[in-house]
Design a protein around this ligand. Structure first.
Ligand SMILES: [Zn+2]
Length: 284
């Protein structure tokens, strides 16, 4: 009996430790820095979403902050291999933890910029005192231009999309834009309803992005994208919206619509994009 109990304890320890181990393995691949232009870099790996940085005349501007203090500190160390200029500013594409929870790894007193709605979400979410000391000190609602030496950085907000605080960090001279989680290459769009995200706003935002003179798009969770990737993504989302609109006109219920799209119950803990679009159309 004793042996058996020992075995069960062993099993439960394995059950507890194994997911943590695999999760850790999955979430923290080594940091990797890729040069995008002479002064712009993408950082993949570490904990959390892809980030990036710009080496300006006298300073470095980082876009997004990784998900943990350790990962952010490590990223700043890696940046030092490329430049001795100090990180003086972080721009946050939106408020999700995998983009902002590493803020406490940044030096105190630097500028932290976000959309004002993202500030509200972070203000609610940040409990840790160290993180609270890194709440943005600069917010805006529609547009903010930064001038770093000769470089102009345009921060733009269009509509509620992935959240209601997604900003586009556009480098017009270099035709590069950081677009956070506004696109995903191999999965459905992600709309955070609890942060007032909206699929129709996402379509309008992506069309706005396509109007910018940019050809390289760095985003949170996948390889660097180009104009055609955004076009394919927005087309497929728009087609879904139109199809769901027509199904609703035919009087189809949510269950029936989901069936049309081949969505099984409990496929994911998150509501599917089909369900989100259905609810948005119903609540119009
Ligand atoms: Zn996100």
């Amino acid at each position: 009996m004793k042996k058996l109990r020992g075995f069960f304890i062993f099993l439960s320890v394995i059950a507890l430790v194994f997911p943590l181990y695999t999760q850790e393995q999955r979430e923290t691949p080594p940091l990797k820095i890729t040069k995008v232009t002479e002064s712009l870099y993408e950082v993949t790996g570490g904990s959390g979403a892809n980030t990036g940085f710009f080496i300006g005349k006298n300073q470095v501007v980082v876009i997004d902050a990784k998900m943990s203090k350790e990962s952010a500190v490590q990223m700043i160390e890696e940046i030092k291999k490329f430049t001795q200029k100090p990180v003086k500013c972080v721009i946050l594409t939106h408020s999700d933890g995998d983009h902002v929870n590493g803020l406490s790894g940044f030096p105190k007193g630097i500028d932290i910029i976000s959309h004002r709605n993202s500030y509200q979400h972070m203000d609610k979410a940040f409990e840790d005192q160290e993180l609270r000391e890194h709440l943005p000190n600069i917010t805006f609602s529609d547009e903010l231009n930064l001038y770093i030496g000769k470089e102009k950085i345009k921060l733009l907000y269009f509509y509620p999309a992935h959240t209601d605080g997604d900003i586009i960090v556009f480098f017009p001279e270099q035709k590069v834009a950081f677009i956070g989680d506004l696109i995903f290459l191999d999965r459905d769009p992600l709309i955070h309803k609890h942060k007032n995200g909206n699929s129709f706003g996402l379509v309008k935002t992506l069309k706005g992005i396509l109007e910018l003179e940019a050809d390289t798009f760095i985003h949170g969770h996948g390889d660097i994208a180009h104009r055609k990737d955004i076009k394919v993504f927005v087309d497929s989302l728009e087609k879904k919206q139109i199809r769901i609109k027509n199904l609703i006109k035919e009087g189809k219920s949510l269950e029936e619509v989901k069936k049309e799209f081949g969505i099984e119950e409990s496929q994911s803990r998150r509501p599917s994009i089909v369900e989100i679009i259905y609810q948005e159309l119903k609540n119009k």
